[in-house]
Design a protein around this ligand. Structure first.
Ligand SMILES: [Mn+2]
Length: 485
């Protein structure tokens, strides 16, 4: 007995332990090069959980008040970005909720207009959030899916950032009150009596306007929040590229935020920000040239454009906005619904052989759309030039609800013709017939998709959805130039 026991101890000490140690060391060899070659990026800056704590605490408190069902949720302001859920919307709503909570002492929660599960469709958002110390965004942020069980919508006080019309899905028990609007899209002229602030003006990024409010309130954002806002500005302005989308307000905001962000020490070490003057702002020109800013911009846009693993359905819904238009030129003034998907991949790479039509039709049915515009933005293979296509689908088999005095069916071909004419003559869009897919991505659209009308164009590479959406509204809603239908 004694001998067996000491023999097994012998076995343990001499064979098993060295074996385990050897296996462990062997396993690290494979990992070593990865650890050592890790790029010396801004991710190395120490990141605190200040912002994550704020988000998690507010979310828990808000959900508690919502569930209590005693009207406490009515004391909250819900701040939302737009439904496309891009980084600008995310950063602007989070920053506004922080500002209103801390500076105005008004409990304010940011609501992300997407399902929590869909956050994965936006790798750049996940990345910017991780830089801002929000490592579990699905837990810490409030999503539409967190509130899907509550009808009517539990709060009626709203602040809108990065859009300026409350989406029709928000139907609270009380009449909704819009207490603030901060945006850089075309002003729809709403909520002028209730919104304070009501700041709607051009800028590369809405986050720059939110910064203006922080500055006006003399409020010092935590470094993580500064990083989040800065990331939004960089991705929207191509890293403040001169001659690009950045205007003065974006440059000013970035120059102010960068030295207060989590990448400040890296900027200091590169000499772009003076270290002895905390109130100093970097000059926007030198910021654009700084390696830290350039690599952050590149990381963000690489993540944003890394969507090749996504199928057509995810590409169509990942950066998507929806609009209702009333046809003032039609005797019965019916309402039609249109959707605009921005896709960072050219049609040839995902929409050929009728995929555009089949997946487009499926998405239109899911959303109840009459019109779908697919706006692609990508860089040309040869010189890396920016390019844009737009594919349009009109569905003819789902008439809008209205009562026609003479019982006529709604004629979608009239609407389609009107749309093609309007697009082709628009001065800014500069639509040209697509060389490959002018009438769809499959030869026999008429045969395979008899209910669809399809046109595909190439267009002005500078004109984003911010241009296309109001152009579409004007074309669909109002009378043609000649007063014809
Ligand atoms: Mn925006």
């Amino acid at each position: 007995m004694l001998r067996r026991c000491s023999a097994s101890r012998y076995l343990l000490v001499l064979i098993v332990f060295p074996l385990i140690t050897a296996i462990y060391w062997l396993s690290t060899i494979g990992r070593l090069p990865k650890i050592m070659s890790k790029p010396q990026h801004h991710t190395l800056a120490p990141v605190s959980t200040t912002l994550a704590d704020f988000l998690a605490t507010t979310k828990a408190q808000y959900l508690k008040d919502v569930r209590s069902g005693n009207g406490k949720a009515e004391g909250w302001t819900v701040v939302m970005g737009n439904e496309a859920g891009d980084l600008d919307s995310l950063a602007s709503s989070v920053a506004f909720s922080w500002l209103r909570t801390h500076v105005s002492n008004q409990p304010t929660i940011s609501l992300i207009q997407m399902n929590g599960e869909d956050l994965n469709l936006r790798a750049e958002n996940m990345y910017a959030l991780s830089l801002a110390g929000v490592s579990r965004p699905k837990d810490d942020l409030l999503f539409i899916s967190d509130l899907s069980e509550f009808h009517p919508f539990p709060s009626s006080k709203f602040a809108l950032v990065d859009h300026n019309r409350l989406a029709p899905i928000f139907v609270p028990a009380e009449f909704p009150s819009i207490v603030a609007v901060v945006d850089h899209h075309a002003d729809e002229g709403l909520y002028e009596d209730t919104a304070d602030p009501r700041l709607i003006a051009p800028s590369g990024s809405c986050a720059s306007h939110v910064f203006t409010l922080l500055e006006a309130a003399k409020s010092e954002p935590p470094p993580e929040l500064a990083t989040l806002l800065l990331s939004a500005i960089l991705i929207d302005t191509d890293g403040l590229k001169p001659g690009g989308k950045a205007i003065d307000i974006d440059r000013k905001a970035a120059a102010f935020l960068a030295p207060k962000s989590t990448i400040a020490s890296l900027l200091q070490s590169q000499g772009f920000v003076s270290s002895n003057d905390t109130a100093s702002t970097a000059s926007a020109d030198s910021l654009f040239k700084s390696g830290v800013i350039q690599s952050l911009t590149e990381d963000l846009s690489t993540k944003k454009n890394d969507v090749f693993h996504l199928g057509p359905r995810d590409l169509l819904r990942r950066d998507y906005k929806e609009y209702d238009f009333t046809l003032s030129w039609h005797a019965s003034k019916p309402t039609v619904r249109a959707g605009l998907s921005t896709v960072p991949v050219k049609l040839r790479d995902w929409a050929v052989d009728g995929k555009l039509e089949a997946e487009g039709e499926a998405w239109m049915k899911e959303r109840g759309l009459h019109i779908l515009g697919v706006l692609t933005a990508y860089r040309g293979a040869k010189k890396g030039k920016r390019k844009r296509e737009m594919a349009w689908i009109v569905r003819t088999d789902s008439p809008p609800s209205y009562s026609s005095p003479d019982g006529d069916e709604f004629d979608f071909d009239v609407l389609a013709e009107r749309l093609w004419g309007g697009l082709e003559t628009d001065q800014i869009l500069e639509a040209k017939e697509h060389k490959k897919f002018a009438n769809g991505t499959i030869k026999s659209v008429k045969k395979s998709f008899p209910h669809l009308r399809v046109r595909v164009y190439t267009q002005n590479p500078q004109a984003t959805r911010k241009v296309t959406a109001p152009a579409l509204k004007a074309i669909v809603e109002t009378l043609g130039v000649n007063g014809t239908v």
